[in-house]
Design a protein around this ligand. Structure first.
Ligand code: GH3
Ligand code: MG
Ligand code: MG
Ligand code: MG
Length: 301
């Protein structure tokens, strides 16, 4: 089943202008083509506007294709962009390394035009299906932000990353204050609208690509902050608390202020094999409970 959507964006990366010209000619009838003549330029273009597929040369003077691939696979925001290496490096070891780094395909130059077209078509189609499935299965249907399942995956990944880097990993747990009273006062539909606005406010605070805010369940939200110590986590938590308060959404049923507020718990650890992500989650939840006990509309860590 083909979907009627805008043409897929394909980024072609090669240091040789003649290769860029041939590949552009090969694909431009069906795709929105961007080109980069080096690794750093490629990374910059991906950040500016993430493509649906990257055709990546390996031998380039500034940053080679393997390294570009490695960097893109390291980050959640760019991890799922399919990469096809397109290179004159034809040894088994070269190809094995390329595939091990997470490329979906490996094409050896000189290229055959119909084969490049066919493989690009296949991987663009797979990417589209993957995007659709991700939207359906990883996002919360009400608020549109990542759901519990996505959060669990993300926390596991961040944990493993922390094990490798020995950098601190922080977690926030946020909960809307007196939300039962909100529903009682304004109705369940208004409650749903409130949840959407709070989700939007929390997400709006984050500015690093690897930070993630998710709906944990009900009116509870979690935030994963990689490479962030407890001071940084509390800073984000306080900014989130202020962002929700500053929306000034009326909540006459609240027992602390006539507006919607949230409480947050923050926890931080350097992941080790002797501890688990669940323990970090429990700690954040305990801190949230303390924030509630201490009067709500505050962040504890
Ligand atoms: P506290 O300040 O202690 O957090 O008080 P609270 O009333 O928020 O307490 P609690 O966390 O127990 O209540 C959560 C309420 O959130 C219960 C339920 O009515 C409401 N809720 C959970 N999920 C949804 C939802 O998807 N939509 C709406 N409208 N309400 C929800
Ligand atoms: Mg080259
Ligand atoms: Mg709750
Ligand atoms: Mg609550």
């Amino acid at each position: 089943m083909e979907m009627q959507t805008a043409p897929a964006r394909v980024l072609i990366v090669d240091d040789a202008p003649s290769n860029l010209a041939i590949l552009t000619e090969t694909l431009r009838a069906h795709y929105d083509i961007r080109i980069a003549s080096g690794g750093y330029e490629a990374l910059r273009l991906v950040d500016e506007s993430p493509p649906d597929l990257i055709l990546l040369d390996i031998v380039m003077p500034d940053l080679d294709g393997y390294e570009v691939c490695r960097r893109l696979k390291e980050r959640a925001a760019t991890r799922n962009i399919p990469i096809i290496f397109l290179t004159s490096k034809g040894e088994v070891a070269d190809e094995t390394l390329g595939l091990a780094l997470g490329a979906v395909d490996y094409i050896i130059k000189p290229i055959s035009v119909p084969i490049v077209q066919a493989r690009v078509r296949t991987h663009v189609e797979l990417k589209r299906r993957g995007d659709l499935l991700e939207t359906l299965s990883m996002r919360d249907g009400l608020t549109g932000i990542p759901n519990r399942r996505f959060f669990d995956d993300c926390l596991d990944r961040a944990w493993r990353q922390g094990l490798r880097t020995a950098k601190p990993l922080s977690l926030l747990m946020a909960d809307i204050d007196y939300f039962k009273d909100y529903n009682d006062t304004y109705g369940h539909m208004a409650g749903d609208e409130c949840l959407k606005l709070v989700a939007c406010a929390l997400t709006g605070v984050l500015n690093r690509p690897c930070d993630l805010a998710a709906r944990f369940g009900g009116e509870e939200f979690t935030v994963v902050l990689e490479d962030t110590d407890i001071a940084g986590a509390l800073h984000v938590a306080e900014t989130m608390r202020a962002a929700v308060q500053d929306m000034g959404l009326p909540h006459t049923g609240s027992h602390i202020a006539p507006i919607v507020t949230i409480s947050l718990g923050a926890a931080c650890t350097v992941p080790t094999n002797a501890s688990t992500p669940e323990e970090l989650l429990c700690l954040a939840d305990r801190k949230l409970y303390e924030a509630k006990q201490a009067g709500r509309n505050r962040a504890f860590g």
